[in-house]
Design a protein around this ligand. Sequence first.
Ligand SMILES: [Zn+2]
Length: 308
Amino acid sequence: MQKTIKNNVKIVGKGVHLGKPVTLNIKPAPANFGIVFKRLDVDSNNPLVEANFKNILSGELCTSLINGDGISVKTVEHLLAAFSGLGISNALVEIDNEEIPILDGSSIKFVESLIKAGICKQDEPLNFCSVKKAVKVVSKKGWVKFEPADNFILTVFIDYPNTCIGKQNFSLMISKDSFQRELCDNRTFCLRDDIQNMRSRGFALGGTLDNAVVVDGYSVINPTGLRRKDEFVRHKMLDALGDLALSGLPLLGHYVSYCAGHQLNNQLLIKLFSNHSNYEILVPNNLNSDKFVDRSFCLSSQNYRAVI
Ligand SMILES: [Zn+2]
């Protein structure tokens, strides 16, 4: 079944790119509402921005959304990864500035706050989107692709030569448990050599060693070091999970990426949904089965029937 939160969640922080203070009020929402942002600081008749691939604002270094009236929300990926990983389908996210707070650079504080608020099942079934055909997007630096699969599996390869990151890869079948255990606390990172360039272009203005891992050649500058040796590739997977949440439905498919980022992830979703033969929407066969509900996020597609 679809899920929302039981109680309101308040989160205060600052945006990593714009560096501005921001407060989020995350509220329960009815079934079929989706994840929707509401800008409280803009004078607009249309302050709502739905977390959907149709609202992607093309950009680099983060994923941003924009509605038809030009109202935008930036750096949504870590919060969306938390909703997706916890299986929360519906919530209203009120925000009093333009960018989601970075907190510690991972999703862990969102996850802890949402769990503390309580997560509850709603009275509407949860549909899934099943990838039916392989879809791939290639850039000069890397590629991303989807392949059909009976579960939601992510596989990520990265390669940062001449740094302590080097070549890393990680593969995970996404469930509420695996997300919390393996993925949600991995922090964002950057190379020290890139900081000046990013800041000159208006990015990373709120970045500090408290919200990002900074790599200088073969060293990590942060005094506390890494949370895991492969924290880098796991963070890339966390980003991908957040970006793919813009599908609006939980996915059944195998996502694979090589040296990719938000832009390729965004383009992959747009390409997937550009042709109806690439995917199908699935609904549960037996909505009254307790077994079905309890296993919600990791079911084989054999338990679903195609409706579209
Ligand atoms: Zn990230």
